[in-house]
Ligand binder design. Structure first.
Ligand code: DAK
Length: 276
């Protein structure tokens, strides 16, 4: 792989889009490698993922404008499908994916973060959908996911104006869950950069998710995602089914057993998914 780094750290994994010279812009090769990386994640062991960009400046500065500029209509459609397939793979990936947004998240960068379950960012993060300034619409689901996340009014404002917003505003409108700043000592020296603080927080969250019952966590992701696309009557049926699926599993027995035995310290054992 030239542009994707993957590291499994116990029960979670970290994927890094590693094309720092081009601010981690998404070309076809990055999309192919990201897709192959997701396919290779060991789902017997890994229970959450962190997705980030290489360097301190940019998460993903969008789709690769150089590569896109010469596309024909047919090639543009193929590129759009490739991106959408990968983004959908992330969105429906069986385990939670946390986007650790370390700087620019523009166009396809904002869109890929919205395909993740949770967004955390550093205080230098910048979000935007600049596509109408480039003569195109958002093409990797931006019109759909942004409106669902922050509401139609705010999504329309961001998309029609093509104006970028900073981390604090992304937090205010609910696009990100948390913003992290550099850690400085009493003399004002940087002890940890904002990216380091962000990654540590994202990994801590991933490790925490990995400690919870994996079937239940997977089913929660499915219930929320599928329920949001259904009306409330259907959505409740989706939840009922996934709730029912948790019963008779080792985790449900152990989790409820611990409570009944008043054993608050007893944690769920970390055993491979296939043995559950
Ligand atoms: N593509 C390619 N290269 C990029 C890039 C990008 N999106 N963003 C940055 N780079 C490259 C720059 O060209 C430069 O390369 P060199 O000149 O050093 O070779 C290097 O990264 C550093 O960038 P800058 O020199 O520009 O750095 P600055 O700090 O001055 O500025 C910036 C940072 C992020 C403000 C600026 O680079 C910028 O405005 N970048 C473009 C941001 C942008 O407009 N992104 C949205 C792209 S549109 C579709 C599906 C999806 C999409 C389209 C179609 N279909 C369905 C067909 C998605 C579209 C988009 O994402």
């Amino acid at each position: 792989m030239d542009y994707i780094l993957y590291e499994q750290k116990g029960a979670y994994g970290v994927i890094t889009i590693n094309r720092e010279k081009a601010l981690n812009a998404l070309n076809s090769q990055v999309l192919d490698e990201l897709s192959a990386t997701l396919d290779a994640v060991n789902l017997e062991e890994v229970r959450a993922l962190v997705l980030t960009g290489a360097g301190e400046k940019s998460f993903v500065a969008g789709a690769d404008i150089g590569e896109m500029s010469t596309l024909t209509k047919a090639e543009g459609e193929a590129f759009g499908k490739k991106g959408n397939d990968v983004f959908r793979k992330l969105e429906t990936f069986p385990i939670p994916v946390i986007a650790a947004i370390n700087g620019f998240a523009l166009g396809g960068g904002c869109e890929i973060s919205m395909s993740c379950d949770i967004r955390l960012c550093s205080d230098n993060a910048v979000f935007g959908q600049p596509e109408v300034g480039l003569g195109i619409t958002p093409g990797f689901g931006g019109t759909q996911r942004l409106a669902r996340l922050v509401g139609a009014g705010m999504a329309k404002q961001m998309i029609y104006t093509a104006r970028n917003i900073k981390a604090a505003d992304a937090y205010r409108i609910g696009l990100v869950n948390e913003v992290y700043s550099a850690e400085v000592d009493a003399e004002g020296n940087v002890v940890k950069t904002a990216k380091e603080v962000l990654l540590a927080a994202a990994e801590k969250m991933a490790a925490g998710i990995a400690m919870n019952a994996p079937i239940a966590v997977r089913n929660c992701k499915k219930a929320i995602n599928e329920g949001l696309d259904a009306d409330m009557d259907q959505a409740i049926v989706i939840e009922e089914k996934l709730f029912g699926d948790c019963f008779e599993t080792e985790d449900q027995r152990a989790g409820m057993g611990n409570f009944l035995e008043k054993d608050k310290e007893k944690k769920l054992k970390v055993v491979p998914f296939k043995n559950r």
